[in-house]
Ligand binder design. Structure first.
Ligand SMILES: [Zn+2]
Length: 133
């Protein structure tokens, strides 16, 4: 079943925006971790992919280096062009359940879009509650 809706922790949005800004004008790539609860995908944290170097584009990244454990739900990457829709190459290299794309200028959550494995937009809510430990 393709993901239809998601809940994203505020820290995840902030991390993706910060990381995208740091990588600009090149692409930044982050792994997304979370879990599925009652059909809704919860994205709880990000991880920096091992061996990531800024400037490797999403489609040329060496995914064999990435540990794919059960908490892996997808990948976030930035579009320095500002156009936050998946390219044909992005869809060919889709991994996990969702793809998050941050479009320049990476100002706030309106620059962050989520797509499912079909390339359809996924609507999401932002979870502002404090992190549980
Ligand atoms: Zn892309």
């Amino acid at each position: 079943m393709p993901v239809k809706s998601a809940v994203v922790r505020r820290e995840v949005i902030n991390s993706v925006l910060t990381y995208s800004k740091a990588a600009h004008p090149r692409e930044g790539i982050l792994l997304l971790r979370g879990s599925s609860k009652k059909g809704v995908l919860h994205i709880d944290s990000v991880a920096i992919p091992p061996m990531a170097t800024h400037g490797q584009s999403f489609s040329s990244f060496n995914w064999y280096m990435v540990p794919m454990d059960l908490s892996f739900v997808g990948v976030a990457h930035s579009h320095p062009s500002g156009y936050a829709v998946p390219s044909q190459q992005d869809m060919l290299h889709m991994m996990g359940r969702v793809m998050m794309i941050a479009g320049f200028p990476y100002e706030d959550s309106s620059c962050v879009k989520i797509y499912n494995s079909r390339g359809d937009p996924v609507s999401y809510a932002i979870d502002d509650s404090p992190q549980q430990s």
